[in-house]
Design a protein around this ligand. Sequence first.
Ligand SMILES: NC(=O)c1ccc[n+]([C@@H]2O[C@H](COP(=O)([O-])OP(=O)(O)OC[C@H]3O[C@@H](n4cnc5c(N)ncnc54)[C@H](O)[C@@H]3O)[C@@H](O)[C@H]2O)c1
Length: 343
Amino acid sequence: MELEVKLSEKSYKVVLQRGILNNINSYYDFNNRKVLVITDDGVPSIYSEKVINQIPSSYLLVLKQGEQTKSIDSFIKIQTFLLENNFTRNDIVIALGGGVIGDLSAFCASTYKRGIKFINIPTTSLSQIDSSVGGKTAIDFLDTKNVIGTFYQPEIVLIDFDTLKTLPSRHLYNGLMEALKMGLILDEELFNIFKQNEYLTRIEEVIYLSIKRKIEVVQKDEKESYYRMILNFGHTLAHPFESINNFENILHGEAVASGMLYMIDDLKLKKEVYRIIKTMNISLVKDYSLEEVFDYLVNDKKADTNYINVVLVKNVGQGQIVKMTYEELKERIAGEKDELNNW
Ligand SMILES: NC(=O)c1ccc[n+]([C@@H]2O[C@H](COP(=O)([O-])OP(=O)(O)OC[C@H]3O[C@@H](n4cnc5c(N)ncnc54)[C@H](O)[C@@H]3O)[C@@H](O)[C@H]2O)c1
């Protein structure tokens, strides 16, 4: 399966295929180029072995797994490596891993010598479904997530569904929340795969349809001027939920799961989404202070002075960006919290 991302800056392909790790050199010419493969120590080493064995001049950098690797220290480490090994703009950086490795490697590639070629090989459901497309690169800085970053597009994205076989189920479900989100806001067919409890047996379709929808959104609004905000469904509250928990004991998708329930206007649909979330053993975020959530929101980059844009869903596949005052949002959350706490 193949998809194409057509952007003003450049166009590139997303190739989705079981076993593609065994023949990446059929999709890109690695001859006469140095290639730095960046991965982390949680990604099974069999994957990096397969990749480097196909590249004549390859280098491997294995970083520590976890969000803390998306740091200025890792940035310095990678830039030092590239410079000391005389990488030029014609050489390549490959990210082989989840969103942490993808965001960090792409950011390094976008800044080294004002932009070196970058290839993304995402190996988690989250990075395949969500971060493989859209060009957002980032590192975290001074306890703020994704605060330093660029928009930068890869040469190609290669997705091997087989890598998901080794992914722990908690991480698998974490990424699937972004697909459930995509179905709710934009694609009834995708949502129905979840509704019919077929999201594991039809995971290839789930990933394909999610990326297809994300491409459509990104092509309409590359730099998030307005329409791309639709992808923030469930995220308005997910970000404070993660922050309040200091990003510990809660994964992004798990926070999105709770965040989405607050923004569904139809009770029957809300109950259906809750049922789906429970099939993945995801618990709702319950013990939090409304004041803490609002302190975070007021300081968040998505907020302007009196209003905040949130995404609501009433009917499947028809997400809507709605401008609300903070007071209106607070009232909504307080009401929903009372109800959801009893579920
Ligand atoms: N750029 C974007 O558009 C975008 C979108 C969403 C999220 N993100 C970012 O993505 C990051 C989260 O990504 P993530 O959920 O992939 O987390 P992650 O990169 O930390 O990966 C999760 C864990 O899975 C391990 N792993 C990776 N592939 C594996 C495999 N195939 N088998 C077994 N283990 C494997 C990793 O070592 C890690 O321990 C966050 O930093 C977030 O900000 C970026």
